[in-house]
Design a protein around this ligand. Structure first.
Ligand code: HEM
Length: 512
């Protein structure tokens, strides 16, 4: 079941890849789009608040004014507010589903997952609260149904439903309270969104510009084609007739009557508990050893601290008597064992003749072993256009590319590859080109591996690829597990290019 769902997701993503390309594939930016929709809701909501009146009699009239008299501004804003609120539910749930199906919810990610569950209910609370403010027949239905739903819990001495027996029971004070909640809840939501991403270094909270523009244009089109409208004014003397439910927020409401309030509480509590238990229920049995610091080879430069995707490294005062101010300390609960810190360490230099130990290492994937494996792989290369491939365990299995003149090694994440290893492979013409492969663009399993690798190879981020290495001899390839064709094409491109280059690798003046 899990695998089938994952395959369906993969196929869907492939379709979007074809339409948008990897970098702009919305599936790769769902968290950021959700964040962006929050800002759209906030901005449109602030505009609506200027004209909204919080009295029980005035609320409906003010919303009608906004919708009809000021359709060109207030009406559009109302629709934007409505559709962005629907959108946030959709993208949030897809974001959750995708994280689940790609296995991104357990171990060091449990915190983001559990806070995410809290976000679901906060978003629902904000949305349902918003519908009350209109005080139309839909709001009336929600008010009465919510009261009956909450009355099932032994919380209140007087049934809440009594407040909605007749029009006179609903006071201006109650309405002011609802409006206050509609400001406070989104602020709490924002705070929790911040907590949700706090453990992630460089969390992507803004989608790429084109996607953001696309989202706004889509919402505007929806707003113009199908403006958000109210039902008739609430009248507690009448039973609301036919109402148009917003299924994104109110899907469970009919169940309060079709089943019973208790059954809906059981459903909601069951879903919540199940979601909270997901990181424990589906936790893998094996636990990879976490990164270890080797102070003898560490000068406290903070690169590992800066590059760690899950903020698992903190810098603390040095305690080994060496003349450096700081030393990295790894939090084993946060470490993803991705090795990105190893790729960042200035001591990860394979050219050293002595034993190769970096300032930070993965115990199960030592750098000295990586160098030995690279040496061994390079020794197998013969013929023309010889390529050394460095790949990633989470992406397309690059070992499938091995052939005459092609050798491959896979790492836990491509971000673990110190750029000096590319230089090492090309040095003395042991290989003619290097293929650097990793997960799909903007979809690195460890979030930042591709990003840092690109920047290191482009000499924009330390540790840089040395100037003497010609970029002509390097080809990046961001290919998911099933992207064999893409990987094959990247390899063919590289081989065709290096076949045109002079056999001897020119050694530029080394500027570093
Ligand atoms: C308001 C709703 C939400 C917003 C705005 C939001 C936003 C984000 C953002 C911006 C990231 C960081 C993406 C990155 O840089 O890699 C993220 C990661 C994450 N989110 Fe959410 N999220 C929301 C709801 C949820 C929910 C409902 C869940 C699951 C129950 C969830 C689970 C996660 C997990 C597990 C990660 C870590 C993914 C990773 O490590 O690759 N989120 N979220």
């Amino acid at each position: 079941m899990y695998k089938s769902l994952r395959n369906i997701l993969q196929r869907l993503e492939n379709l979007f890849n074809a339409a948008f390309g990897q970098a702009l594939n919305p599936w790769h930016h769902l968290g950021a789009i959700t964040f962006f929709l929050f800002w759209v809701i906030l901005a449109s909501g602030l505009y609506l608040y200027i004209f909204f009146r919080t009295g029980v009699a005035e609320a409906y009239q003010s919303v009608e004014y906004i919708t009809h008299e000021q359709w060109y501004a207030g009406g559009v804003m109302r629709s934007l507010h409505r559709y962005a609120s629907d959108g946030i539910v959709l993208t949030m749930l897809l974001h959750m589903l995708r994280n689940f199906l790609t296995g991104r919810f357990h171990s060091y990610r449990w915190f983001s997952w559990v806070i995410g569950v809290l976000l679901i209910w906060l978003i629902y609370a904000c949305g349902i609260n918003g519908y009350w403010l209109v005080w139309d027949r839909l709001a009336q239905f929600i008010a009465v149904a919510s009261a009956e739903w909450f009355d099932w819990l032994p919380l209140f001495s007087q049934p809440l439903a009594r407040n909605f027996l007749s029009q006179g029971d609903v006071s201006d004070r109650f309405f002011t309270l609802l409006s206050f909640a509609h400001i406070t809840l989104p602020l709490v939501l924002l705070l929790v969104m911040w907590v949700h991403t706090k453990r992630m270094n460089h969390a992507e909270t803004n989608p790429p510009r084109y996607l953001a523009v696309g989202v706004v244009v889509t919402l505007l089109i929806l707003a113009l084609i199908k403006p958000a409208l109210s039902h008739a004014h609430a009248d507690l003397a009448l039973v609301p007739g036919v109402i148009r439910l917003d299924w994104f927020y109110l899907g469970l409401y009919p169940l309060i009557y079709a089943w019973s309030p208790g059954a809906v509480w059981a459903l909601v509590a069951g879903i919540t508990l199940l979601l909270l238990a997901v990181p424990r229920l589906f936790k893998p049995h094996t636990h990879k050893p976490v990164a270890e610091v080797h102070l003898d080879n560490c000068n406290g430069c903070e690169r590992c601290f800066n590059d760690c995707p899950y903020s698992a490294i903190v810098m603390k005062p040095r305690n080994d008597g060496r003349p450096y101010a700081l030393q990295p300390v790894v939090d084993p609960n946060l470490c993803a064992s991705c090795g990105i810190c190893v790729g960042a360490c200035p001591s990860s230099i394979p050219f050293r003749h002595n034993e190769l130990v970096s300032g930070i290492e993965l115990p199960h994937q030592l750098l000295t072993t990586l160098r030995a494996d690279t040496d061994h792989a390079l020794a197998t290369l013969h013929g023309n256009a010889r390529v050394m491939v460095f790949g990633c365990d989470c992406a397309y299995d690059v070992r499938a590319l091995q052939a005459e003149g092609v050798a491959a090694i896979s790492l836990p994440c491509i971000g673990m590859l110190p750029p000096a290893f590319v230089d090492y492979a090309l040095h003395d013409a042991r290989a003619d080109g290097v293929l650097i492969a990793g997960c799909r663009e903007c979809d690195c399993q460890y979030r930042l591996g591709i990003h840092w690798t690109e920047q290191r190879l482009a000499r924009e981020r330390v540790p840089h690829l040395r100037q003497r290495v010609s970029l002509q001899r390097i080809e990046p390839c961001w290919a998911g597990r099933q992207d064999g064709e893409l990987a094959g094409a990247a390899l063919a491109t590289l081989r065709a290019r290096i076949a045109q280059l002079p056999q001897e690798i020119p050694v530029d003046e080394d500027k570093h």
